[in-house]
Design a protein around this ligand. Structure first.
Ligand SMILES: [Zn+2]
Length: 78
């Protein structure tokens, strides 16, 4: 199914509402990027999917070295 109604055929440069271009029988593509919102409407679903309250998820996160270790490394570079 098409992401949005308005489709654009890059072969014959025509606009259409169907996926198959009626002018040249090529495949037309969505005319604009998919709608996007900074407010994450599916955040709850994503949190459930990744099980963010579990210990396994917590341990899967990347972490920096301890600050003392970082300071030692920066002193060694100087
Ligand atoms: Zn076309």
């Amino acid at each position: 199914m098409a992401r949005q109604l308005l489709q654009h055929c890059s072969t014959c440069n025509s606009w259409t509402l169907v996926r198959d271009c009626p002018h040249c029988d090529e495949i037309a593509n969505a005319a604009a990027p998919i709608k996007w919102s900074p407010e994450d409407q599916r955040a709850n679903i994503r949190r459930k999917m990744y099980d963010v309250e579990s210990q396994a998820w917590l341990e899967s996160l990347p972490e920096l070295d301890k600050i003392t270790k970082l300071r030692e490394n920066s002193l060694e570079e100087e």
